[in-house]
Design a protein around this ligand. Structure first.
Ligand code: OAD
Length: 247
């Protein structure tokens, strides 16, 4: 695998446009549970049963308890070497020297934990929103609330319920976010797909979009999920060990 890592490292260094898509696996080594697989369950609920408008309608307190649990858990963890490596990659690619040759780096994440930003990444597309944002179901005002709520479900000053500022199953993503993500994927020379099971759309199609537009697609995962038709190469192992080696 050393040769493969060296090959990808050289490609990343030279590429005019590098795009990285991350999923829950990139935060696993920080101690944030992934959604699927062992440890991906909360009180025997799956994400798909809680992260829906119907679940919120039926039992907003239950849904908020899940989000409050995740907010508390995420507040207590720190970025890991995978997050820091991606922040460093961005800095190197966007350094004033590289800027003369107009190199591009785009980080697209499905994660709502904000750990990429905390690690120093500045250009992050959060496809599924942020767990630190809340939005009023009545007046629509969105704000960042990092403090724990005294009572659940929290209520807006206007009297309506607040909801987490994330995208739920069955909801549309922000069209600007989708077009920025797919636009970046189409322009990618190298695309890294890191720590995602690639089952939730539309993010799951970004690798294929990049590949069909000519990118070299590299999957980084403890259990590669993309498969041969999409990935040109698979680096199998923990993101926190492999990504720093790509610098
Ligand atoms: P999943 O939980 O579906 O997948 C996590 C992936 O990370 C799996 O492929 C694991 O093999 C891999 N993995 C675990 N630990 C790793 C490590 N240390 N290094 C590298 N890879 C590792 O998470 P996502 O694909 O991100 O959406 O899930 C996509 C979406 O489904 C989430 O954004 C969320 C969820 O329901 C919403 O809430 C809308």
């Amino acid at each position: 695998m050393n040769d493969e890592i060296e090959h990808v490292r050289a490609l990343v260094k030279e590429a005019a446009s590098v795009v990285v898509l991350t999923g829950a696996g990139v935060s696993a080594e920080s101690g944030v549970p992934t959604f699927r697989g062992a440890g991906g369950l909360w009180r025997n609920f799956r994400a798909e049963e809680l992260a829906t408008p119907e679940a919120f309608e039926k039992d907003p307190k239950l849904v908020w308890e899940w989000y409050a649990w995740r907010r508390e858990l995420i507040a207590a963890v720190e970025p890991n070497p995978a997050h820091y490596a991606l922040a460093e990659m961005e800095k190197r690619i966007q350094s004033p020297r590289s800027q003369k040759s107009q190199k591009k780096f785009t980080l697209i994440t499905q994660n709502v934990d904000g750990l990429h930003t905390l690690a120093g990444s500045s250009n992050v597309i959060e496809m599924h929103g942020s767990i630190w944002k809340v939005r009023c179901t009545g007046c629509g005002i969105e704000s960042v609330e990092r403090e724990a709520f005294d009572t659940l479900p929290p209520v807006c000053a206007c009297g309506a319920l607040l909801r987490p500022g994330v995208v739920w199953f069955g909801e549309s993503l922000d069209p600007d976010v989708v077009s920025a993500s797919f636009g970046a994927a189409r322009e990618a020379i190298v695309m890294l797909v890191v720590g995602t099971s690639s089952v939730v759309q539309p993010a799951a199609s970004l690798g294929a979009e990049a590949r069909s537009a000519g990118a070299y697609v590299v999957e980084v995962n403890i259990e590669p999920a993309l498969g041969g038709p999409v990935a040109n190469a698979a680096l199998t192992g923990p993101a926190g060990e492999l990504l720093p080696r790509l610098l």
